[in-house]
Ligand binder design. Structure first.
Ligand code: FES
Length: 84
């Protein structure tokens, strides 16, 4: 079996949409990779993941629903923030 180096147009770039969930996690949809603090990578090819932004999840970086028990609130909009 032979292998070849893929042409640049054959390399699939990660594409994802990140949506804030009121009083909850960040919803990430698309094809992407999450790498945790240990360097462990989780592949999400065309899938959805919910990332904790309250700090209470026992399964960080993923949301486990703990934000509800913690009473986490967040209603900010992206337009409320300055971008650099
Ligand atoms: S946002 Fe759901 S547990 Fe943190």
């Amino acid at each position: 079996m032979t292998t070849s180096t893929p042409e640049p147009e054959q390399i699939q770039q990660p594409q994802a949409t990140i949506k804030t969930v009121d009083d909850g996690p960040l919803q990430v949809k698309g094809s992407f990779q999450v790498v945790d603090h240990n360097g462990d990578a989780y592949e999400f090819p065309g899938r959805t993941a919910f990332l904790c932004r309250c700090g209470h999840s026992a399964t960080k970086p993923f949301c486990d629903g703990s934000h509800k028990r913690a009473g986490f609130t967040a209603h900010g909009r992206a337009s409320d923030q300055e971008t650099t």
